[in-house]
Design a protein around this ligand. Structure first.
Ligand SMILES: Cc1cc2nc3c(=O)[nH]c(=O)nc-3n(C[C@H](O)[C@H](O)[C@H](O)COP(=O)(O)O)c2cc1C
Length: 498
């Protein structure tokens, strides 16, 4: 169990993941419990435990961390650190974690310290932000999309569906492009490249005609960009055939890619929209136009939450709202589907795939790589947790690569592709996998019975508030396992003839 977490987010659901966590300051043994809890939250218990000292300092402590907590009594900090020590076995050392050379890779031959970039958005939109992100450990940035037209943003411009501890599950934005002039952005590029020559600086651009795509790309290269990303996919720039309208039209994709490529010698990546039935046509068109890579996905068109009193959806700009882009962890399965489609397409093999859409943890990022992404980009998770998550992303991937055999990032790219099919027709259908009930964990709520009765195959009955399975009726769909609030139902793991 070196890859599955023992401690779950729900075990620490009230943790506020504080800035300068008071528990860190209060800990007399300098265990940095706040940092450890953030690592657990972001799936990193295995690397978190590597930094705990051998002696159990918590045993004699009066839980000063919990007394200092901004939510006193609600976060069992001492218990979580003790569980980390007792339940998680360190398999790599902190010295191995400190050696990040294993994370090195490249985009179209341009070296990257690690595969993690900020994606084009507010999180990389001025000098100070990019500089702080680079200092924190991000390998590079796709800078906020640059254009030649005036941008005046609406307020408010964000809305979200949230889960425990206000964590963002899905995020909607109606934001447009950079509101700095091209001249201002070029000055930022020059300064970033001067001060951070080894960081990867990708210029995201959007033009209105061939001439603009070509000249913007050229200007960005002249001012230090390492690569160009063509924004064919912003759902908030629809007028005059801009943004995602282009990504839906392979003829325009090819034409504007060719125009941008005319202006530069550096690699050009086309950033494509998921608001299509298939991304293949646009990706192949980008390749014909000269692109060396594909970035995907941009946000998914969405409407969020209609106010039942005012009839206005969210974010409400006065008495009105609009279709906008949906991002965050909720869109990860959609993004992975497109990455798979691109990864499996022989007509674009050799193109670099820069994957994004819902990446929060190193596990999320690794899934993108296993399906063919050579680098990954992040926005929404940075918006909610800050640049600091790069520490967790790097440590987690470092841990994973070492546990599976000191592999490099490139070694794992695409490894999962052969295990996923574009249709369900080819799957084996003669055997089933039954659920297994863990009676000691079962709290007797009966949710499994209700779901099986009303949404399944009526295979569960309750006796003394514990579920009993009828294997003659069970078809092994695993709905019960998914709805159990106590983690008391597991897969039996065995395929048996039905
Ligand atoms: C507030 C916000 C602003 C964005 N602005 C841009 C942009 O200017 N150009 C662009 O190509 N993508 C833009 N995006 C899309 C992101 O780069 C990214 O493709 C998308 O959010 C999915 O990744 P995520 O789930 O990690 O956020 C924006 C996303 C958000 C949330």
């Amino acid at each position: 169990m070196f890859l599955q977490p023992n401690i779950k987010r729900r075990d620490m659901i009230n943790c506020a993941l504080c800035d300068n966590a008071p528990c860190d300051e209060a800990c007399p043994y300098k265990l940095n419990p706040g940092e450890k809890l953030r690592e657990i939250w972001l799936g990193g218990e295995h690397h978190a435990v590597s930094f705990l000292p051998e002696t159990d300092a918590c045993a004699a402590c009066d839980a000063l961390c919990e007394k200092a907590c901004v939510r006193p009594g609600l976060v069992p900090i001492k218990g979580l650190i003790t569980r980390l020590r007792n339940e998680v076995k360190p398999v790599i050392t902190k010295e191995q974690l400190a050696d990040e050379s294993i994370l090195q890779t490249d985009i179209c031959g341009i070296p990257l310290e690690n595969p993690f970039l900020l994606s084009s958005s507010v999180v990389g939109s001025n000098y100070d932000m990019c500089a702080r992100a680079f200092e924190a450990g991000w390998a590079g940035v796709s800078f906020k999309t640059i254009c030649n037209f005036d941008i005046h943003e609406a307020s408010p411009r964000y809305s979200a569906i949230t889960g425990g501890s206000s964590s963002i599950i899905g995020f909607k934005n109606i934001e447009q492009l950079s509101d700095h002039s091209v001249v201002e952005n070029m000055k930022i590029f020059k300064e970033l490249k001067r001060d951070y020559p080894n960081k990867f600086l990708m210029a995201s651009i959007m033009g209105r005609d061939d001439e603009e795509w070509e000249s913007l790309a050229r200007l960005c290269e002249e001012n230090g960009a390492d690569a160009i990303e063509l924004n064919f996919s912003c759902p908030n720039m629809m007028e005059g055939g801009l943004g995602s309208d282009i990504g839906q039209n392979p003829v325009f994709v090819e034409r504007f890619t060719r125009a941008a490529c005319r202006g530069v010698t550096i690699p050009v990546l086309a950033k494509l929209t998921p608001n299509v039935a298939s991304m293949n046509e646009a990706a192949e068109a980008a390749k014909r136009g000269g692109a060396k890579g594909i970035s995907a996905i941009n946000t998914v068109k969405s409407i969020m939450r209609i106010n039942l009193d005012t009839y206005v959806s969210s974010p409400a700009v006065g008495n009105d709202s609009a279709v906008g882009g949906y991002s965050g962890n909720a869109i990860k399965p959609i993004a992975l589907r497109y990455i798979t489609e691109l990864g499996k397409n022989p007509n674009i093999s050799g193109l670099h795939i820069s994957g994004m859409g819902g990446i929060e943890t190193w596990q999320d990022a690794t899934e993108f790589m296993l399906l063919g992404a050579g680098s990954v980009q992040v926005t929404t998770a940075v918006m909610q947790y800050g640049y600091r998550i790069i520490k967790d992303l790097k440590a987690g991937l470092n841990y994973y690569l070492r546990v599976i055999g000191d592999n490099s990032v490139k070694d794992i790219v695409g490894l999962a592709l052969e295990h996923v099919s574009n249709t369900t027709d080819s799957l084996e259908r003669d055997t089933v996998v039954y659920p297994k009930f863990l009676r000691n964990k079962c709290i007797g709520c009966g949710r499994c019975r209700i779901s099986c009765a009303d949404g399944g195959h009526q295979a569960i009955t309750m006796k003394e508030r514990k579920p009993i399975l009828d294997p003659k009726r069970c078809i092994g769909c695993h709905l019960c396992l998914l709805v159990c609030p106590a983690g008391a139902i597991e897969s039996s793991g065995k395929r048996v003839k039905k």
